[in-house]
Design a protein around this ligand. Structure first.
Ligand SMILES: *[C@@H]1O[C@H](CO)[C@@H](O)[C@H](O)[C@H]1NC(C)=O
Ligand SMILES: *[C@@H]1O[C@H](CO)[C@@H](O)[C@H](O)[C@H]1NC(C)=O
Ligand SMILES: *[C@@H]1O[C@H](CO)[C@@H](O)[C@H](O)[C@H]1NC(C)=O
Length: 468
């Protein structure tokens, strides 16, 4: 979820284009049979990430008035972790979101915009009842008692409270953490754990990342994330104050986090990107106009590029724009091919397999590029969401002001604390060759098990399925 800044809210209010913005809806699916077990050792706190999935019709604005037009059902994958809030602890699952900065719980599961299954899953994520907690209080709240957050998609009105927060499977408990309880939500069916900058930058109170540091659980305001392969329940991990050197290969490319980019912008995980290119079938090319300041956002399913760049990327892989889907449809054969989109940052290139940026319907009948064009006028040039982040292991480090990235490979587990000096020089232990294995598994999995794909369902005839 991209938290919009004040100037942008103003812009949206005036222009009334709330639906076409960065940040995609995160939605939950059936609870994992695997129990969530948090691991904690000194200096860090590690969570398995739970993938959830929810279908949502993708309707272009043009279609809203025309009910006979086809619907395109996209299934968005969300990434959740479980918290235990209050005394005794109440289990609540929340989406991890580097695009925003506050923790809130209790979305409105009766929101009329939610599908029946979304409602069930909304309820299954758990709710927090302050009245049932002996440590809940509103006396210690810092700042205004209520707040409204507008995300790229969706919004929440909420009331602040403080309570203790513990982590399932660990004996770590944070005292008196400020967070919020939703009083009204729009188009959001899970609580959100904002992992971006908190007290003294975007907020007047310490958020969870601040508290983990202040209460000596972590040695720095840093965490690392490997979202894991799609459909693989066991591979994703979020580690506060730590790193897992068996979740990536080679050296981390370290880049400096950039400050706010425009008047009244907030602090975000911004990086300078020199260019985007392609490396495929022995040909390389660089897209003009692809130099930008990018935001890394685990809460967005798609990535967002300037229109001309998106068009060039799609065209290079045989994409054709579908106005009905509002997406570029591409040949599904790309899922079995090599080739990368190359993101050149200041201190190195991150190669993202093209197949990882493609989503597929459950019947394996249509595929599309998991990217959209940016919101003109938002101030944000480019956003790299899950379609980019799934392929990398990322260390977000506010203390050193850097972000480290390396190709994600899962070759086991070696979790260790991140020193206050940062992740620089911590080499990944995985063999790059094992990404080959990932590739085979991923492609096979998508084609065989429909629920391992991100995209559920296509409707009925109308969409040039000939591309397949
Ligand atoms: C929040 O930040 C302000 C300004 O940087 C600081 O004075 C204050 O002590 C911080 N509050 C907490 C609770 O850490
Ligand atoms: C955290 O550690 C510092 C330094 O060791 C200590 O002064 C402080 O009291 C500790 N804070 C908490 C909440 O334990
Ligand atoms: C897509 O979603 C809509 C609305 O929920 C539903 O009516 C339609 O049957 C779905 N289509 C497919 C192919 O799943």
């Amino acid at each position: 979820m991209t938290r919009l800044s004040r100037s942008l809210l103003f812009f949206l209010g005036v222009a009334g284009v709330c639906s076409a913005s960065p940040g995609a809806l995160l939605t939950p699916a059936s609870p994992s049979p695997r129990s969530l077990e948090t691991r904690s050792r000194s200096g860090f706190l590690s969570f398995p990430i739970q993938q959830t999935q929810r279908d949502k019709p993708r309707v272009s604005r043009r279609q809203v008035d025309d009910i006979s037009a086809p619907l395109f059902n996209v299934s968005y994958v969300g990434y959740l972790i479980e918290l235990s809030i209050g005394t005794p602890g109440q289990s609540v699952k929340v989406a991890i979101d580097t695009g925003s900065d506050e923790l809130w719980v209790n979305p409105d599961c009766n929101d009329r915009e939610l599908l029946a299954t979304q409602r069930q899953e909304c309820l299954a994520n758990g709710r927090y009842n302050a009245a049932r907690s002996t440590t809940s209080s509103t006396d210690k709240v810092i700042g205004p008692p209520t707040e409204t957050i507008q995300y790229g998609i969706g919004s929440v009105e909420m009331e602040y409270t403080t309570d203790n927060i513990a982590f399932p499977g660990s004996d770590i408990e944070l005292d008196s953490v400020q967070f919020a309880i939703a009083t009204e939500t729009d188009d959001l069916n899970e609580g959100i754990l904002g992992l971006s900058f908190g007290n003294g930058t975007n907020l007047v109170y310490p958020n969870l990342v601040d508290e983990l540091f202040a209460q000596n659980i972590t040695d720095s305001k840093a965490f690392s994330v490997g979202l894991g392969a799609l459909g693989s329940e066991s591979s994703g991990v979020l580690i506060f104050g730590g790193i897992d050197t068996k979740k990536y290969t080679g050296d981390l490319i370290m880049n400096e986090i950039q400050g706010p980019q425009f008047a009244r912008d907030i602090h975000r995980y911004y990086l300078n990107l020199d260019s985007i290119g392609i490396d495929r079938n022995g040909r390389t090319a660089t897209y003009s106009g692809s130099s930008a300041v990018v935001v890394l956002d685990t809460g967005a399913s798609f990535s967002y590029f300037p229109d001309s760049v998106l068009r060039a990327m799609a065209s290079d892989i045989g994409g054709r724009y579908s106005a009905n889907a509002g997406l570029y449809l591409v040949p599904c054969s790309l899922l079995e091919q090599d080739g990368t989109f190359d993101f050149k940052f200041e201190s190195g290139v991150v190669k993202i397999p093209i197949r990882d940026m493609i989503i597929q319907d459950t019947q394996a009948q249509a595929c599309a590029l998991a990217a959209d064009k940016e919101l003109a006028g938002s101030g944000i040039d480019m956003l790299l969401g899950d379609s980019f982040l799934r392929s990398v292991y990322v260390v977000f480090d506010q203390t050193t002001g850097t972000i480290g990235m390396a190709p994600y490979v899962d070759c086991g587990s070696n979790e260790q604390p991140l020193p206050a000096t940062g992740a620089k020089g911590m080499k990944g232990e995985c063999d790059p060759a094992s990404s080959k294995q990932d590739k085979d598994n991923a492609a096979g999995g998508r084609l065989v098990a429909s629920y391992a794909s991100v995209w559920a369902g296509v409707v009925v005839g109308l969409l040039g399925l000939a591309l397949v």
